[in-house]
Design a protein around this ligand. Structure first.
Ligand SMILES: O=C(O)[C@H](O)COP(=O)(O)O
Length: 325
């Protein structure tokens, strides 16, 4: 599988975009996401102080317990481990196939590589290969917290999955499964062999379908169309968490993550065509002062990382070392 191609992201320091900030509170794990968001939607712009929604929140100031946790947050992106259709070299898209044994091993190895990086919230797509990757990776995390997939698809799902212990909740990490993070829908290519498809339609045409920004596969999504849902979800639901100081892990797919990295690294539609993501390779970003700084891919929990730990990450790792000593 191709490795991550290094690329020169645009270094223009565009002012951070205005974004509606809503943050997940330290509430019971299964409080519906929309309810949590509604309660504390904060309209923040570059110049104004954040305002709480007057309808939903009587107080004009942010309650002390909702003050930012930190001015810096970690964002880890992981493309799922190898799937059974990756192994067969079939176009997968939104078909829901599981990991291979190699994909399971990749997910566990990814977990070892991120085992010293804080994770407060996990977002996955609604597809099993991404969810398996997240759960397997977290078995290796040194925080030993339990990832719990939130179920609020119905009133009953929410009440039947309630956790009745504050202490247990503190030892848990909410996992939000969002279809918006699903792999791009590959249309009439789903289930076809990639090599046979290139022989039938031509290598150039298949490369355009797979890697260009604007050109969709037959009756499928272009990367641009995938970005419209994945990046919008990231801006509305994940970026506010980072702005609040929550550390986030996203386990998703080759193309939904390419669209998000295009946003994070400010890549042009030309530059993104050379971006490839390997299965199971974690990428670390630091979110600070409303900017995303790419920090490379963490290596094992012991070797000196290929990226410089920030002071906050070094302190977190030291705390883990002391706790687990
Ligand atoms: O959907 C698929 O087939 C793979 O996850 C990604 O395929 P691609 O590398 O051809 O985009």
């Amino acid at each position: 599988m191709a490795t991550v191609v290094s690329h020169q992201a645009i270094t223009s320091q565009r002012p951070s975009s205005n974004f509606k900030a809503s943050h997940f509170l330290k509430e019971p794990l299964n409080v519906p996401i929309k309810l949590r968001q509604k309660r504390f939607k904060i309209q923040a712009t570059a110049s104004q102080a954040p305002l709480l929604d007057p309808v939903l929140s009587p107080s004009k100031t942010i309650p002390q317990s909702y003050k930012k946790k930190s001015n810096e947050a970690s964002l880890i992106l992981i493309r799922h481990g190898e799937s059974l259709w990756n192994e067969k070299n079939l176009f997968t898209g939104c078909v829901d196939v599981p990991l291979t044994e190699k994909g399971v091993a990749e997910a566990i190895q990814a977990g070892k590589r991120i085992s010293n990086i804080p994770v407060d919230l996990i977002f996955t797509s609604s597809l099993i290969r991404a969810q398996m990757t997240a759960m397997l990776a977290m078995t290796q995390h040194r925080c030993k917290k339990v990832p719990i997939i939130l179920h609020d698809e119905s009133e009953k799902a929410q009440t039947w999955s309630h956790v009745f212990s504050e202490e247990t909740r503190k030892q848990s990490i909410p996992v939000i499964a969002a279809w918006q993070l699903n792999e791009r829908m590959y249309g009439e290519l789903q289930g076809l062999n990639k090599e046979e498809t290139a022989e039938r339609y031509g290598t150039q045409q298949v490369h355009e379908w797979r890697r260009s920004y604007h050109i969709p596969p037959p009756k499928g999504e272009s990367l641009e169309m995938c970005a419209e849902r994945a990046v919008a979800y990231f801006e509305d639901n994940i970026q506010p968490e980072l702005a609040f100081g929550n550390n986030v892990l996203i386990a998703a797919h080759g193309n939904s993550l390419r669209s998000i990295i295009m946003y994070l690294d400010k890549l042009t539609s030309q530059e993104v065509t050379s971006l490839e993501l390997s299965t199971g390779l974690p990428l670390l970003y630091i979110f600070k002062d409303r900017k995303f700084m790419r920090r490379g891919s963490p290596v094992g929990p012991t070797e000196a990382g290929v990226y410089a730990y920030t002071k906050r990450l070094a302190q977190y790792r030291q705390k883990l070392d002391e706790t687990l000593a």
